[in-house]
Design a protein around this ligand. Sequence first.
Ligand code: AMP
Ligand code: MG
Length: 363
Amino acid sequence: MQQTVLWTTDLPMYEVKTSVHVRIRDTVTTCQEAAQIMQAGGLVAFATETVYGLGASVLHEEALKKVFLVKGRPQDNPLITHVSQIDQVIQLASEVSDLARALMNRFWPGPLSILFPVRDDVSRIVTAGLDHVAIRMPNHPQALALIDALGAPIAAPSANQSGKPSPTLAHHVLDDLADKIDGVIDGGACDVGIESTVIELQGDHIIILRPGRISAEDLREFGAEVSLDPFLEHHEIPSKPRAPGQKYRHYAPQGQLTIYLGDDSQKIEERIAKEAQALAQQGFKVGALVMNSDFTPNVDALFYLGSLASFTELEKNLYVALRSCDDRHIDRILAQGTPEVGRYRAFMNRLYKAAGGNVITVS
Ligand code: AMP
Ligand code: MG
C-alpha cells in the first residue's frame, strides 16, 4: 500500500482517511515537494481548470506505466501531455504548423488539446504507440507551477478509476486513488468541470475528436474550418476510433441513468416526477438531475445542475452530481437533457456516455 500525501493550504473540510498524510503548505513548497516525488517516478494528482489530472513526468517511463496500472486504464488509450510554456511543445512535437501555433496563441492556457506529430525520443507509452501526441497548456496556476517546478511536461489523464466520472474536487481523487498514488494537491473545485476539447489538424482543417468547453463555434469564430469527427454525430462506439478514448464507455455512475429529451421542459419535468414515483414504489433509490430550481420531485437525491440557459453551469456540476449519486447508492438517475447542438454538445456528449444509450423523448 502506498502512503498518499494530501497537500492543502488549509485544513481540509472533507473527511480524510487516516492513512492519508495531510501536509499544510503554500503553493510554492507544495509544488517543490510534489515535483521531487515526480522526478523520482511518483504520481501526483493536481487540479486543472477542466478536471483533476493524475500526473507523471513524460521523462519517466516507469511512472508512465504506473498511470495505466493505477487507473485500470486500457493501454491503447493515450495520455494528454501538459506544458506550462508554448516553447515546451517542441520537446514533444516533431512539427508545429502555422495553424497549431495560431491556436496555441489564441486558446492557451485553456481547455484545448491539440494533436501534433510526435518526436522519436518521446516515450510511446504516452501516445499508446500512435504517431501523434496530444498537448495542452492548462489554465490553472497550480498546474502551471507544478510543470515549472518539474521542469518537464506532465502526462496526465483524469485522476479517476477508469470508467468512473472524472474528479472535479480533491476528495473525488482520494475516493478513487488514496493509498495507490503518491499525492494529491488540493486546488479546490475545477472551474470547467469536464475534460478538454481534443482536436486533430489536417492542413487548414480542424477535426474535433472530443467536444469540450472550446466549441466548434469558438474555433469557427477564430476563423478556422471545423468539422466534428463523424462518430460524434451518433452515439455508438466506433470500431476504428480516431481518438482511442472514443471506444470506451466513460463517465458512468453506478446507477442506471436515463436522459429525458423534448421541446417542452414542463412536460419533461412531469414525466420525470411520474417516473421517479413509479421507481420508488418498486424499491429503487432514485436521483434526479434537473435544470429548474423550482422543480423539486420527490427523490432520494436531487441535483439542480444549473439553468438551461447556461451550458457552463451544467458542465461544472455534472460530475459532482454523478459522483454524489454513487456516494448515496442511487440505483436510477433521471436527467433532463438539452438538444445536442452548439455549445451544449460537450455537456450532452458526457451525459450520453453516462447514460449508455438510455434516452427517452417526451412529446
Ligand atoms: P483523459 O486523459 O481521460 O482525459 O482522456 C484523453 C483523451 O484524449 C482520450 O479520449 C484519448 O483517446 C485522447 N487522446 C490522447 N492522446 C491522443 C492521441 N495521441 N491521439 C488521439 N487521441 C488522443
Ligand atoms: Mg479520463
